[in-house]
Design a protein. Sequence first.
Length: 504
Amino acid sequence: MIGAAEPDADVAAVDLGSNSFHMIVARPRGHEITVVDKLREPVRLGAGLGADKQLSPEAHQRAMDCLEQFGQRLRAIPPGRARVVGTNTLRRMRNPKQFLAAAERALGHPVEVISGVEEARLIYGGVVHGLGADKARRLVIDIGGGSTEVIIGERDSPRLLESVRMGCVSYTDRFFSGGEITRKRFMAARMAARLEADYLASEYTECGWDLCIGASGTVRAIAKVIAGRGWADGEITPDGLSRLGDLIVELGSIEALELDGLRDDRKPIFPGGLAVLTGLFDALAIERMTVSDRALREGVIYDLLGRLSDHDVRHDTVAGLARRFGVDESHADHVRATALAILQGAGDGWSELAADTTCRQLLIWAAQLHEIGLFVAHGSYHKHGEYLVRNGDLHGFSQLDQRMLAALVRLHRGKFRQSVLDDVPDTWREPLSRLAIILRLAVILRRGRSADAIPPITIKASGDQVTVDFDAAWLDDHALTRAGLDREQGSLKQAGYKLRVRER
């Protein structure tokens, strides 16, 4: 396994944010990391996304110029030891396939678009890692270019996670277009942020927190400017925010924001970020906020190290989902073991599936969750299962991983509709089709829901043909299995596959 043999090898995280792209390269040191390289570019991807949700050529070029630089540094990082995540702008982008393909070519590593809740989970993990048990309940706020993540957790475990559609880029473009800062504009932006976050107030204040921590460049810049004016010493308070709001209104324009602690590249989005943070203080009645140097990218690093050391949060997510929806664990385990046996025995053109750890893991998770839809109803339960997996908050999963897992759950029975795979990359359509066939065969073989051992079955797969050799006497004693295989021949034929059943 990558990582087990090289526990001290470097790992990398890349955060394709709406305002800036960040990359860190780190070296594991026990439970901590040592950052050995760090890069940041203010790409302002979110500002290049038009009303039609298409990315402007200029923004695309800015992004690729940055990623080419990142890619040169990442060439030394082996596959599986770098994780690249895209956030709000990539979530909103219409048909981002072209952009993602170009980004992956530039970086030499796959790009994962993650949900807002997953972004919040990773941010929390990065910010609170190593804080210990003192002031155990934490409120963490991260203001990005297009979204703001608000999390309450108990020590290392997040309890409430929200991603709110407001950020320093979007609010500056919305309320301070042209660069003018007036009291009317600032108060409108502050009130909009308060109203946007108002739905959080009751649940979050009822839960409460011992410590409020701000993350991201926006929060750090606000804290530095407040400290530079002598209004606080590294912390953010309502009084400091009020004074800073009055100051930028007095200065009157973005161009005039010559403030100690504020970098030139952050000036164009500073008023929107300040309005968002002030509105959050109003909505949640925050009295004091400390500031963290850690954020999403550190959370990605710690999460990646967990995967490499076999502490993958996705395993816990799948197990928790199965428990929540009352999946028959024993039967799911039998289906999983049978599917893995089929996968391991598949030869010829399908042998690469067994060697691909992602394919193997998707098959395992799909077997564990294939009956999750029974919680809703037996009729079309595979469709209910697809919906639950596709639309749930699955911690640790990228949006693509979630769609692929949902597709396998949908395709484990019933008509084999290739259209289910329309929203996955072309490179994944054939592997997922083959994994679905393996899962379907495992479900058929375990239809009797017996724990009895299945006699050796030889399965050969080549191209679009699957040949299964059974013991004739065993098959004679299992009429349900025989009937299921007969029906499956017709189902797979419609999908362009030929199933041959031979009895020996």
